[in-house]
Design a protein around this ligand. Structure first.
Ligand code: FEC
Length: 311
């Protein structure tokens, strides 16, 4: 048996190719196939950004490698990283099975998303835990790390740099606002005391304070196309209100995401940018965390703390 502690790094997942979009979308919809219109609409969004490559896959691979390197530096030989994706192969269950095949007996799970919601990180962890129990692996979850000092430091630097770029572009023409954002969820999460919203506001406040940008707001993005109400306001509405209030530029800071993928490259870089242009205001987006060493150290530190507490 491998005496190492398994680290299951989980991320949303993305299709492997254009042909895989239908299967992926069906998985997201819990086994219900999308209508031809829904599929065509999603395919068009991928076509607009990916050019045959689905960036989230490569980004997740690099982050998993970066975490292995950070763990090796902190505790040589103690951890082995495995990948598990929510909606694509290798699925979360495949990652746990790979650990079991290697004889792993203890594992820590961590998601490449800093904020906890029962509907996001909670559901990743439930699947991982069930599979680990079935395979006789002791499992410990890192639930969130939205205020880890190194994560905040990395985000502060990004906001400062991009804010300076926005100032240069607008040439002191008028007031600027920082718009922090994250993936919307069905509004019913509020009724179950979900910490998602509170954690997102805490990250936003802490980053704004560190960056010295007191004029900020939090807004939602990428709401699903279902009949039930989703958390709002959406960034497109917020942009309109911000322009109407006389702002000349906004800094988009999607703190709920950690790499470039469809929800950043399409929803912000194409859709929100076009809206800002139509409204006559500038929009600059912060760089995503990717494999920033501070982010890799955040993840490694959380894994270390969870495993030292549990095993
Ligand atoms: O680049 C890519 O290929 C994937 C980008 C991607 C990320 C992502 C992250 C989150 N989602 C979250 C919640 C929901 C809920 C639904 C939902 C639906 C979609 C669809 C696509 C999609 N999501 Fe996603 N999400 C990404 C992509 N997401 C595509 C399907 C079409 C659409 O509605 O736009 C609604 C499911 C349903 O119908 O019941 C809910 C949350 C995150 C951030 C946390 C995380 O990364 O896990 C929350 C990246």
């Amino acid at each position: 048996a491998d005496p190492k502690i398994g680290v299951l790094v989980m991320s949303y997942g993305t299709p492997e190719s254009m042909d895989g979009i239908a299967e992926y979308y069906t998985h997201i919809r819990r086994g219900h196939a999308p209508t031809p219109e829904q599929l065509a609409e999603l395919t068009a969004r991928y076509e607009a950004v990916v050019g045959g490559v689905f960036p989230l896959r490569e980004n997740t691979n690099r982050q998993a490698d970066g975490l292995q390197a950070a763990l090796d530096a902190a505790a040589p030989g103690r951890y082995a990283v495995y990948q598990g994706l929510k909606h694509a192969r290798p699925y979360i269950e495949d990652g746990v099975a790979a650990m079991a095949e290697n004889g792993v007996k203890q594992a820590v799970g961590i998601v490449l998303a800093p904020h906890f919601s029962t509907m996001s990180v909670g559901s990743y962890m439930q699947r991982a835990r069930e599979e680990a129990e079935a395979k006789g692996i002791a499992f410990e979850a890192v639930e969130s790390y939205h205020l880890h000092p190194k994560l905040i430091e990395a985000l502060v630097k990004r906001v400062k740099d991009a804010y300076a770029e926005l100032e240069a572009k607008t040439g002191g023409e008028g007031p600027l606002k920082v718009l922090f954002s994250a993936h919307s969820l069905p509004a019913r999460i509020r009724e179950i005391g979900d910490p998602y919203e509170e954690q997102l506001l805490a990250t936003s406040a802490s980053v704004a304070e560190g960056a010295g940008t007191p004029d900020w707001a939090f807004t939602w993005q990428s709401a699903g196309r279902t009949r039930e109400p989703w958390l709002g306001p959406d960034i497109l509405e917020t942009l309109k209100e911000t322009a109407e209030a006389g702002y000349k530029g906004v800094l988009s800071a999607p703190i709920g995401f950690v790499s470039e993928h469809l929800e950043v490259l399409y929803d912000l870089d194409i859709e929100a940018r076009a809206e800002a242009k139509a409204l006559g205001i500038r929009l600059v987006r912060i760089d995503m965390l990717g494999t920033d060493p501070l982010y890799m150290e955040t993840l490694a530190d959380c894994v270390e703390q969870a495993s030292r507490g549990a095993f």
